[in-house]
Design a protein around this ligand. Sequence first.
Ligand SMILES: Nc1ncnc2c1ncn2[C@@H]1O[C@H](COP(=O)(O)OP(=O)(O)OP(=O)(O)O)[C@@H](O)[C@H]1O
Length: 275
Amino acid sequence: MTALLKPSPLNADPAGPTPAAPAPAAAAPLISAESVTKRFADGPAVLDGVTLAIRRGERVALLGANGAGKSTLLRALVGLIPITGGAVEILGQRFTRQPTARQRATLRRRLGFVFQFHGLVGRTSALSNVVNGAMGQGHGWRSWHQSLAPAALRDAALEALEAVGLADRATARADTLSGGQSQRVAIARAIVHGPDLLFADEPAASLDPAAGLDIMRLFTRLAADQARTLVYTTHDMRHALEHADRIVALKAGRVVFDAAATDLSERDLEPIYRG
Ligand SMILES: Nc1ncnc2c1ncn2[C@@H]1O[C@H](COP(=O)(O)OP(=O)(O)OP(=O)(O)O)[C@@H](O)[C@H]1O
């Protein structure tokens, strides 16, 4: 590995990389994409024959230049957008164009998704935002106030806030939280129902370097604690190298690199990002 990719003493993570949860050797993949293509309307293929298998407990960073198709792939894998060709199997649910309503409900129960912008409801408490996640029904009127939520849901939401280190801010209005704290609430919202699988689309991109690193450490810990599978996109090489055990790189909608994080060299990176 080259100097560029080695963490310098200035940016080295003192906690060191967290070992990935071991994946059973013969286990079927938790996620598989078979020749997945995606076009928006009559546009060019944004995903162009993506084939990929991710096993339980793996932590996978998706890399690639702007527009390479990373977010589109994340959304396609979880059925948030319909695919144009190929097939996806995720958490035992196989679909071609898009998941059925029943499959969608199963996926919602078993996976958590964190976006770059946390999307919290600012004028309600951190706790209410997490409770809304647990109810899986958006921001319906019943869940606008935490006192209306069933006790079990509030307990689960508090536990999730505890897991992200924010139990003491549970009653704070979301719009009074810092960017890093807001992202923690978004993560609590994504894990409150105990998902097997966590997806995150540039979860640290809008945060300062310290807050971003905290968020990545949190993801790593949450994944390791429960042997959860973690798939995230990032433009930060350090976040990829230190918090994933596998790197998948896309270029113009195709997989151009797929190997252990320790195998990524500067020579691999150059063509990934070259125009
Ligand atoms: N809803 C949409 N309608 C039309 N084109 C879209 C849509 N969403 C994404 N695209 C196009 O798909 C391509 C891939 O976008 P995508 O967001 O997946 O890339 P990315 O690798 O995540 O990029 P970035 O790192 O900038 O977030 C881009 O050309 C983008 O303009």
